[in-house]
Design a protein. Structure first.
Length: 270
């Protein structure tokens, strides 16, 4: 890793990272604050969800019910909003950290310095990973503070499963970030990298959604990384956390490493 480059890239991107982190924290606090107001009506809400087509409940993580605060949050926040936020972060930051620098000629200045391509690419990969870690760290902390402030001991909230949910969410986007970083590492054109990365991240989300809505399309889910991510099942304790986490970690490490290696070997238009 090139430490001066890491510090500079973190300085340049820190404002944007914190905007996403505090936006995520605000939203999850709002969800937790909202829960006591609907806690007395959870049975009616569950009955309403059961009356909907089964695929709709599966698609938006509503089948886990609302009998606990973390079940409510897993469906209302982790099933959709957080996924969109972190997908945008992965697509935008991976493009900015690699393809944009090549496209605008700035990569030449980095490589003139006494460093190697491998160190530059590894540093940029660590910047993206740090961004995801910061966002998920702030989100997790906000959730635990929200539990203390708004729920206390009166409402059911399993902090252990909430931590597992956040761990899997981070590792999912560590893997997605590895794929978008790989794309950005082999593209000379910023717009092309942005388009392909966006198609991968949001294409995964769309295929997963379609697979949940229709049983006939369920096989589509297994073409995406989102098949590893089941927020409702995680908070119910029905997921092998170690197995899922291990697969996502391996995919992330492999894709980031492949991106670094391909960047080191490729011809750059500098």
């Amino acid at each position: 890793m090139n430490l001066p480059l890491y510090k500079e890239m973190m300085r340049v991107n820190l404002k944007g990272i914190l905007n996403y982190a505090f936006g995520s924290a605000f939203y999850i606090l709002f969800m937790i604050w909202l829960y006591p107001g609907i806690a007395g009506s959870t049975q009616a809400i569950d009955d309403l969800i059961k009356a909907m087509p089964e695929g709709v409940g599966k698609a938006f993580g509503l089948n886990s019910g609302f009998t606990s605060a973390e079940a409510f949050i897993s469906g209302e926040y982790y099933g959709l909003i957080l996924v969109l936020i972190l997908s945008i972060v992965c697509v935008q930051m991976s493009t900015q950290l690699m393809a944009r620098l090549v496209d605008r000629g700035a990569m030449a200045y980095l490589l003139i310095a006494p460093t190697t391509r491998r160190k530059v690419a590894t540093t940029q990969a660590l910047v993206l990973t740090t961004a995801l870690l910061l966002i998920m760290g702030v989100t997790t902390l906000a959730g635990l503070l929200g539990k203390a402030w708004f729920l206390g001991s009166e409402y059911d909230f399993n902090s252990g499963r909430f931590a597992q949910l956040n761990t899997v969410a981070f590792l999912l986007f560590f893997a997605v970030g590895g794929l978008t970083f790989l794309v950005s590492s082999v593209c000379n054109d910023e717009k092309k990298a942005l388009g392909i990365s966006g198609a991968i991240a949001f294409g995964f989300f769309t295929l997963d959604l379609l697979g949940k809505i229709s049983d006939k399309l369920e096989g589509l889910r297994f073409l995406t990384l989102f098949s590893f991510y089941q927020p409702g099942e995680i908070v119910q304790g029905n997921v092998e956390i170690i197995q899922v986490s291990s697969w996502l970690l391996l995919i992330g490490v492999f894709t980031f490493s492949l991106g670094v290696e391909l960047f080191r070997r490729r011809d750059l238009p500098l």
